[in-house]
Design a protein around this ligand. Structure first.
Ligand code: ADP
Ligand code: MG
Length: 302
């Protein structure tokens, strides 16, 4: 299997994230460790749009937390832009998250006591940008999500759909490499939910276009990173959305299905629910999983 592309790795924009035999276990009530995510091997491409679908409790949020570097694998190798995330210091990991990754949650996670504008500016709080620049970028981001007339409203003065737009603007404002959304439509009615997905697609496109115009936001002079930013220009930001709504999942060109901690790949909507396809997709992942690219514990460092 050596040298063979992982699922998702043959994308035109190149690879942003890879999981290689990644697992996650938590200590259960009886004190024993329980594997919540079974060994998972896949890649997420630059600019790729991916839905993660599965029933409640299947491990969707666990998988998203690992992909977003919010949590660390129990075993296996997680690479972001080629770098072993487990080998980074806590400070490097939080810098990676605050500068390059955007998060949108079901319950919005906005600060209730400040305006929409201030909420979006928090997306840039770890940058060295002057306040006036952060403010102007936040206004731009809120304009992109159609909220230019709600800059000074507090979250409690906004509808659920508007609050989610603020959360999207907060993720978008940093011009991330990748945006993660965990059930972003779960608290919204169907129509508003679809509008939010439209906005996430637009936001991911816009993040890429912003890159093409200006790469100043990151301030990163490392050659590898500059090269990587260049690759993102043509494709936009990657977008990974957790949902249990099949109609929303169907809008994504790629779907990962998860059940009881086992991830399978779906090529198209037509395959959803098909037992035969599920079998072959499972095989595809476990084929890659059997590869000898990595040791089972962590990443290889020669
Ligand atoms: N920090 C944790 N400690 C113990 N168990 C956890 C933890 N996080 C998640 N779990 C368990 O892992 C399983 C999957 O959870 P989760 O990823 O949140 O599922 P989903 O997002 O698909 O609803 C659940 O059984 C949940 O109780
Ligand atoms: Mg969840």
């Amino acid at each position: 299997m050596t040298g063979e592309a992982l699922p998702g790795e043959e994308l035109p924009g190149g690879t942003l994230l890879t999981l290689d035999k990644v697992t996650k276990a938590f200590r259960g009530k009886d004190g024993t460790m329980q594997e919540i995510l079974h060994p998972t091997t896949l890649a997420i491409g630059r600019g790729e749009r991916v839905a993660i679908v599965g029933p409640s409790g299947s491990g969707k949020s666990t998988l998203l937390s690992l992909l977003g570097t919010l949590d660390m694998p129990t075993s296996g190798c997680l690479r972001y832009d080629g770098d072993d995330v487990a080998a980074m210091s806590g400070r490097q990991r939080s810098a990676l998250r605050s500068e390059r990754i955007g998060f949108v949650f079901q319950r919005f996670h906005l600060i209730d006591t400040v305006s929409a504008l201030e909420n979006v500016m928090t997306g840039l709080q770890y940058t060295a940008l002057p306040r006036a620049e952060r403010r102007s970028r936040a206004v731009d981001a809120l304009t992109k999500v159609g909220l230019e007339h709600r800059l000074h409203h507090r979250p409690s003065q906004l509808s659920g759909g508007e609050q989610q737009r603020v959360a999207i603007a907060r993720a978008l404002v940093k011009q991330p490499d990748i945006m993660f959304a965990d059930e972003p439509t779960g608290a919204l009615d169907t129509e508003t939910g679809h509008t939010i997905i439209d906005l996430l697609f637009d936001a991911a496109d816009a993040a890429g276009m912003a890159d093409a115009v200006s790469s100043a936001a990151c301030g990163n002079t490392d050659d590898g990173v500059v090269g990587a930013t260049g690759a993102a220009k043509a494709t936009g930001a990657s977008l990974v959305v957790v949902t249990h709504d099949m109609n929303i999942a169907a809008r994504f060109p790629r779907q990962l299905h998860i059940r009881d901690g086992v991830v399978t790949e779906r090529g198209s909507t037509a395959e959803l629910g098909s037992a035969a396809q599920r079998g072959s997709a499972t095989e595809r992942i476990s084929e890659a999983d059997r590869g000898d690219r990595q040791q089972s514990e962590g990443c290889n460092h020669e």
